[in-house]
Design a protein. Structure first.
Length: 316
């Protein structure tokens, strides 16, 4: 009777286990880097305080003719000749979905940088999550972690990523973010533009605000190769050999520029932002920019939804 050896494993399973262990060994370093970056960002922010519904006092302002008299804070108004209204700080949290591409192409790292694209994408995700949660927002990972405002958000994200048994596609899953939520996508986005158009269109359909960051290695930008070079596609699409790689540089860079312009156009079509980030540059400037865009979008929503001074609801 034929028997199957007990130690036999499918090649794909062994490869997946090996990649998971490799990532797990790097996670402590990534968490430390994310906390360092988050600390820098937090110290550079002035907060997102604004008036609205909440329990914490924010500021006094002068009473405006036409608004209800019960808004007057009589204790404060008794101190001088003006009527004052006590405003509270806006405390409604927003939901931000963070997705970092973990497909094989993101493991690439050239000699021009110490960071792989995957490591940089995870550091940015972890650091931004820390900043957002400290600002009162909720953070989730599509199809992996429900939105939460947990103080140990980085550890939660890391554990969910390490124990994710699903495949690692190059584009995010098709989920349904709520209107006025934010979606951040981090990937090299070398996928076909048609696939990118489909997924971005689906995610933006409900009115979610989106931010796309193309994470690239500097070698993918400059193509610093010469002589005979074999290029291997990391996701199983084969390889190609260049006899004189330097003669390919101009055509390659034109293709990259054309692909990137198409991605940017798709983002602009749905009102999403598009940013290119190279792994040989620090993540702080990128995080400041993303956070500012999210803040601007959230503030615009608050302005549309807050009641005006006469008590009627203002909506765009």
């Amino acid at each position: 009777m034929a028997t199957t050896p007990r130690n036999t494993e499918p090649e794909a399973l062994r490869a997946a286990v090996g990649k998971s262990r490799k990532l797990a060994s790097r996670v402590p370093r990534l968490i430390l880097e994310a906390r360092r970056v988050a600390s820098t960002i937090i110290h550079g922010l002035h907060g997102r305080r604004r008036s609205g519904s909440g329990e914490n006092f924010w500021q006094y302002r002068h009473f405006t003719n036409g608004e209800p008299s019960q808004n007057v804070d009589w204790r404060r108004s008794a101190r001088d000749d003006h009527l004052y209204v006590r405003e509270r700080e806006w405390e409604a949290s927003h939901t931000i979905w963070l997705w970092a591409d973990r497909s094989p192409s993101m493991e690439f790292s050239s000699s021009l940088t110490e960071w792989s694209k995957l490591d940089r994408a995870l550091v940015v995700s972890f650091a931004l999550a820390e900043v957002l949660v400290q600002g009162g927002e909720r953070v989730g990972i599509p199809e992996m972690m429900r939105p939460t405002a947990s103080r140990n958000i980085i550890e939660k994200m890391a554990q969910n990523i390490l124990h994710d048994a699903n495949g690692r596609p190059s584009l995010p899953p098709n989920f349904a973010p709520a209107p006025f939520s934010d979606v951040l996508l981090l990937s090299d986005f070398w996928s076909p533009v048609a696939d990118f158009r489909r997924i971005v269109g689906q995610l933006a359909a409900n009115g979610a605000r989106g931010h796309v960051v193309q994470v690239v290695d500097p070698a993918e930008e400059s193509f610093p190769y010469s002589g005979r070079v074999e290029f291997v596609e990391p996701e199983g699409l084969g390889s190609i050999t260049a006899g004189r790689a330097e003669t390919w540089r101009a055509d390659y860079q034109n293709l990259i520029a054309s692909h990137r312009a198409a991605l940017r156009a798709e983002c602009e079509q749905v009102g999403w932002s598009f940013t290119v980030h190279r792994t040989d540059r620090g993540p702080t400037e990128l995080l400041f920019a993303i956070h500012a865009r999210m803040e601007a979008g959230a503030h615009a929503v608050v302005q549309r939804r807050q009641p005006d001074r006469t008590g009627s609801d203002v909506r765009a």
